[in-house]
Design a protein around this ligand. Sequence first.
Ligand code: ATP
Length: 299
Amino acid sequence: MIQLYIPLNFLGVLYREIKQSLTDLDKMFGLLDREREVADAPGAPALQVRDGTVRFEGVHFAYDSGPNGRPILHDVSFEIPAGRTVAVVGASGAGKSTLARLLYRFYDVSGGRITIDGQDIRAVQQDSLRRAIGIVPQDTVLFNDTVGYNIAYGRPGATTDEVVAAARSAHIHDFIAATPQGYETMVGERGLKLSGGEKQRVAIARTLLKNPPIMVFDEATSALDSANERAIQAELRQVARGRSTLIIAHRLSTVVDAHRIVVLHQGRVAESGTHDQLLAAGGRYAQMWRLQQAGAEPE
Ligand code: ATP
């Protein structure tokens, strides 16, 4: 028995190690089976985050860089001032999530550049870039492991107290504490199934532990019930406070308080401003807002 146990246990350890070295973001973006597109430039320095100002400067992008590649982003420029929240809105397929993928450098821009505190993200070590950015994805991938592990993943080595504090801030602690095995409860495909909102709270707790200066929130497309949605939005505002935050928004109710709203249309910035400015401008955003108020999905 003991002979069998040791190799199996070893495999378990190995499995955990491998799993830890993969990011859930790779999974989130469906990139697990793909070679990394980008590599560190030789001798690239670590990103130095001072106040966390993010700038998209004349960004062009096509997923397929060949001559027939369909351009997805055209000359996209905007800034996320340090500690501020910028929301990107636009129809499905406008290129919103692509912006997040480029900021995290899953792909390199085809033209223009993205900078953080003036440093081109292509010129710094990817690890340092990714340490500076926390992503709350649309659809959080949970590992087949304990809920505690899934939160602690935000900062390997975090203490139990830190994990619990993050879970409390993300308003998921009471839910976890009520399960028979608490933080040791297995979740994921082979464990306890969590709702979309609960999963997002786990992701928020992870991000709180990671404590990054820059955050990306990819709002879930599948609508949560409105009470849950309001609660998540409130938690999110708390997490976003003091961090440069990019919200990929699918519902306009999320963006009303953003410092700036960027309206993306077919890969271009159609207009940008605050909610009030955009309503007064009477353009695409105002039209989307009217449609949403009338109960229709903005498209
Ligand atoms: P949604 O609101 O539906 O999430 P979005 O505005 O976030 O949409 P993106 O996911 O950025 O849109 O996609 C923009 C365009 O890029 C779409 O036409 C999409 O089909 C295309 N696209 C997305 N991912 C890839 C990929 N990996 N390879 C090729 N094309 C892609």
